[in-house]
Design a protein around this ligand. Structure first.
Ligand code: ADP
Ligand code: TZD
Ligand code: MG
Length: 584
């Protein structure tokens, strides 16, 4: 598209033609610099000024996944970062492409996932003077408040340094999203290959260990060993840090029960005898010492208030000192990377006797048994309901997923999220990826793609029909890349359900209403996937087993009843007080 010649004339560097291979441009330097720090994958959407760069990156051995929308590519990069402990990379064009991607980079920052968003940006002068250039936007200023770090590169000579800085910022300390703004002139600027070669270097110690102080470890160990009713509360920071072996050692050597947050499910198996996953309220009300391992005391834990006992003491293992004391006083903070902190705690704990009351474990185990029986009963009671509800569908899905433990489960929606999380036991670490800290919709297809590409494993997404809509077009990307991803859509015809009533009665759908008769399987057909439309649990079970076994893109449209599901799933209490009775 050529809307003006002013951009090209202002950018003298792009007017010259580089004589490859003696000369190279910023794009080549960027691709090489990314390879030098070990980047193997990039997710994005091309156009002016980054199309050539994506081609060169592919040539240089970076796998490039082209998407339909930048937010989804960003979700893929974030998931890649979370699963591999290396930054995922997102590539966007200027202005709206940048903004579309930035939503995912901001979400990654909130969730402590390492990623780098690289965006082309227009040349500075007309932006700074507000002269109306092609896709002109002061991107760096916009990104800054939403990301962990943001840098702009104006000269090709600076690219390798910028890439290393972005990498270190994304991954050191608390991981997060980093924005790297690369101007069009910089991407097109020409250098002699020989000079460019001198710029590259392999950075040393990219992820240094951060060892906790001895004093903090001593304080924590004394508190843990003096506790009568202790619990280890495990968050996705521990999953990210890949410390499952140390957590297992800690739990099994002390006999202390554990409680996993949603994405920490599977770090220790949900059906482990010391799992207290069903005892959330009891832990809040009765535990005397809670050890937070890579989990924040944020809204997902009532910020330490609500049901929590005001006498409960907290030990908190985290890499970020600013996380301490934010909602409740933390009696024993241990600041360090989890691997170092757990190593130190394990070596000290051996010298201490624990004081745990054995009745605490028996109590939690008895409660777990009762809760499990209730869950089984719920699944049983709904197992043959027609038309299906969420629990009918889950009674079919649960045994299939649990007998395929190495499949990564991606999960979003409201009831679809809450019920799937509660119903499906996980037994391996980093096998559950969901809408996480912000509880956002739209992470689904991107996360499937990121998970499949980062690990090579099979993925199953269990999606609400609304949730799927946010990223559904990327099912085409799943198909183009022939990924072993099965997308299961719970269609209850709406956000929360499909029975909303429009209070003006003008014939328009209600705000929560979508289409309970929609045939999502036909979307899959459009892209050549194996598809299924199922209306009963037996067909769903067969379809899911067959889909997983195929290791090909599959889409299963699960027909639910329109009245299945309630407003906001488990978190309806977060809605402001109702003004009038609405039907939803
Ligand atoms: P959850 O949602 O599962 O409760 P959060 O995202 O709230 O988990 O918390 C994750 C925590 O883990 C963050 O406070 C983050 O600083 C911390 N964290 C991330 N990586 C590490 C690491 N390598 N070592 C120590 N703490 C980490
Ligand atoms: N937009 C974004 C980006 N994130 C959100 N969380 C929402 C809107 C609000 N929202 C929820 O919190 S859950 C949800 C929305 C739109 C969808 C729930 O419907 P669903 O699942 O079809 O995905 P169920 O099974 O019908 O509850
Ligand atoms: Mg729905």
């Amino acid at each position: 598209m050529d809307t003006s010649n002013s951009a090209a004339s202002a950018n003298k560097a792009t007017l010259q033609t580089p004589k490859y291979p003696n000369q190279v441009t910023g794009m080549y330097i960027l691709a090489r610099a990314l390879r030098m720090v070990g980047i193997t994958n990039m997710y994005g959407l091309v156009g002016i000024p980054v199309t050539d760069f994506a081609y060169i990156a592919q040539e240089q051995g970076i796998r490039f996944a082209g998407f339909h929308h930048e937010q989804n590519a960003g979700m893929a990069a974030a998931t890649h970062g979370y699963l591999t402990k290396t930054p995922g990379v997102l590539l966007t064009v200027s202005s709206l492409g940048f903004l579309n991607g930035l939503t995912a980079t901001a979400n990654a920052t909130v969730n402590c996932y390492p990623m780098i968003q690289i965006s082309g940006s227009s040349e500075r002068e007309p932006i700074d003077l507000g002269q109306g250039t092609y896709e002109g936007l002061d991107q760096l200023s916009i990104a800054k408040p939403l990301v962990k770090a943001a840098y702009r590169v104006n000269k090709p000579e600076d690219i390798p340094t910028a890439v290393v800085r972005a990498y270190r910022a994304a991954i050191s300390g608390r991981p997060g999203g980093v924005y790297l703004d690369i101007t069009t002139p910089c991407l097109g600027a020409i250098m002699n290959m020989a000079d460019a070669e001198k710029l590259f270097y392999k950075p040393v110690d990219l992820v240094p260990a951060m060892v906790p102080s001895e004093e903090s470890v001593k304080r924590a160990v004394e508190l843990i060993s003096s506790a009568k009713k202790p619990v280890f509360l495990i968050g996705k920071g521990a999953a990210y840090a890949q410390v499952e072996n140390k957590v297992k050692q800690l739990v099994e050597s002390t006999g202390i029960p554990f409680y996993p947050m949603s994405m920490a499910k599977g770090l220790m198996p949900d059906n482990h005898p010391l799992s207290a996953i069903s005892c959330r309220s009891t832990i809040m009300q009765q535990a005397d010492v809670v050890v937070l391992i890579g989990a924040r005391l944020n809204w997902l834990l009532s910020r330490g208030h609500g049901k929590w006992n005001s006498d409960t003491k907290f030990v908190q293992l985290d890499i970020d000192p600013q996380e301490i004391d934010i909602n409740r006083p933390i009696a024993a903070p241990v600041i360090g990377d989890l691997d170092s902190s757990l190593t130190a705690i394990l070596s000290q704990l051996g010298n201490h006797k624990t004081s745990m009351d054995p009745a605490w474990v028996t109590q939690l185990q008895a409660e777990t048994k009762v809760k499990k029986a209730k869950l089984d009963e719920r699944l049983q009671q709904n197992a043959s309901t027609q038309p299906m509800n969420h629990w009918t569908a889950l009674s079919a899905i649960k045994p299939v997923l649990e007998s395929n433990p190495d499949v990564i489960l991606v999960n979003e929606g409201a009831n679809t999220l809450d019920d799937t999380r509660d119903a499906v036991n996980m037994s391996l670490p980093r096998h559950r990826i969901d809408c996480a800290t912000w509880a956002i919709m739209g992470m689904g297809m991107g996360s499937c793609i990121g998970a499949a590409m980062a690990t090579g494993k099979s993925v199953v997404a269990v999606e609400g029909d609304s949730a799927f809509g946010f990223s559904g077009m990327e099912f085409s990307t799943i198909c183009r890349f022939k990924l072993p991803v099965t997308v299961v859509i719970f269609n209850n015809g709406g956000i929360y359900n499909g029975i909303g009533v429009n209070m003006s009665n003008d014939g328009d759908p209600a705000p929560t209403t979508l289409d309970v008769n929609a045939r999502f399987d036909k979307i899959g057909d459009a892209f050549g996937a194996q598809t299924y439309y199922v209306t009963n649990p037996a067909d769903l079970k067969n379809a899911l087993s067959e889909a997983i076994a195929s290791k090909k893109p599959c889409l299963i449209d699960v027909q639910l009843a329109a009245d299945s599901g309630k407003e906001s799933g488990h978190i309806g209490y977060l809605n402001p007080a109702s003004l009038q009775n609405i039907t939803v």
